[in-house]
Ligand binder design. Structure first.
Ligand code: PMV
Length: 347
């Protein structure tokens, strides 16, 4: 009763972690729990046209990235298909024509793998749902997050909004190492419309991939302390998120960003993903916050770009500050205005 062909199309956003995931066990099991803001503007749109094929020995797919064939991206999808085949038995029954495009520069430290793997997983779950129409929404999104995790860990936090938690934690009900869940505790309104302006400090490819970085947490001298800190920070965030405590929020979020990069600087081999302009920006944010008391802070991903986080009611003044003081440290003055979003949508 499989259809002979069909078409699905989904858009999935990126996300920015407040408590960071850094370090993993096989297969894509996080060494510590994390929580993120789902973003909105930074997203990947993916469509799949699927056609029944005769031969069912191997996967068969074509890939167009931003309108052009990209052979170099195919191994990543091949590996992903191999990993998820046992959960999606139809994968060898069809040929897939995959078309995908990002709203932001690829491999810029903005988690393109997160939105990309989330969008692909949503498309595959959509096909799965066409084959099993009785599937309910909770199972649909949970399984999509489970599949996305197998593509790229942090991708499991990109299928839903607005805050998503991933990784088993004894004090967080329904938390799991295998998929992300909507943050289950009270969240103050201020965080539901939080702004994230992403300053593009360095748009080139990173020298060290996050896969290599995660692996360097094995045998890292500070690993256990760091993992415990992430568990503790999730506990500490609970009343902060409920009350809208911006001072508490800033302390945890900035400390998490710097700790992530401290782990990179203290691994063996060691490496630095920040650039001089990353530090210039951080210092300018601290000066501005001290002078104006505007609750603006920064966070970082595994890259040189800076995410500037602030409440929506401060948007106008922070925007002015960014244009006057921070844009000069960005490549070609470029930044992306984003905000907390609601997760993946069918197009
Ligand atoms: O999902 P990965 O394997 O690309 O790892 C991303 C890890 C960080 O972005 C640095 C932190 C996080 O929790 O998103």
């Amino acid at each position: 009763n499989f259809p002979d062909n069909g078409f699905v199309k989904w858009k999935a956003p990126s996300n920015i972690a407040l408590v960071k995931y850094w370090g993993k066990k096989p297969v894509q099991i996080p060494a510590n729990p994390s929580v993120s803001f789902t973003l909105d503007t930074c997203a990947t749109t993916t469509s799949i046209a699927f056609t029944k094929k005769d031969e069912q020995e191997a996967f068969s797919f074509d890939l167009l990235f931003e309108g052009k064939p990209r052979e170099d991206f195919k191994p990543k999808i091949q590996t992903f298909f191999e990993r998820v085949e046992k959960y999606l038995p139809f994968l060898k029954e069809y040929h897939f024509q995959i078309e995908t495009s990002n709203s932001f520069p690829h491999s810029s430290g903005i988690a393109s793998s997160a939105s990309g793997m989330a969008a692909l997983s949503m498309c595959l779950m959509d096909i799965e749902k066409q084959l099993n129409p009785e599937m309910d929404d909770t199972l649909f999104y949970t399984k999509a997050s489970f599949l996305a995790r197998l593509g790229s860990g942090s991708a499991c936090r990109s299928v839903k909004g607005d805050l998503v938690q991933w990784g088993a934690h004894e004090n967080i009900p329904n938390s799991s190492d295998e998929f992300g869940v909507p943050y289950p505790f009270e969240v103050h309104e201020v965080f539901k419309s939080y702004c994230d302006t992403i300053l593009l400090v360095h748009k080139g490819e990173k020298q060290v991939s996050s896969t290599v970085g995660h692996n360097l947490m094995h045998g890292h001298p500070y690993a256990e302390t760091r993992f415990q800190q992430a568990f503790d920070n999730l506990d500490a965030l609970k009343p902060i998120l409920a009350k809208g405590d911006l001072e508490g929020f800033i302390k945890i979020v900035e400390s998490e960003a710097l700790t992530l990069h401290a782990m990179m600087m203290t691994s063996m081999p060691y490496f630095i993903l920040m650039k001089p302009n990353t530090l210039e920006i951080i210092n300018k944010i601290w000066e501005y916050r001290e002078e104006t008391k505007v609750p603006v802070c920064f966070t970082l991903d595994a890259g040189a770009n800076v995410h500037v986080l602030y409440p929506l009611n401060h948007k106008e003044e922070v925007q002015k500050f960014i244009d006057q003081k921070l844009a000069q440290y960005c490549e070609n003055g470029q930044y992306i205005n984003d905000q907390v979003g609601k997760g993946a949508v069918e197009i």
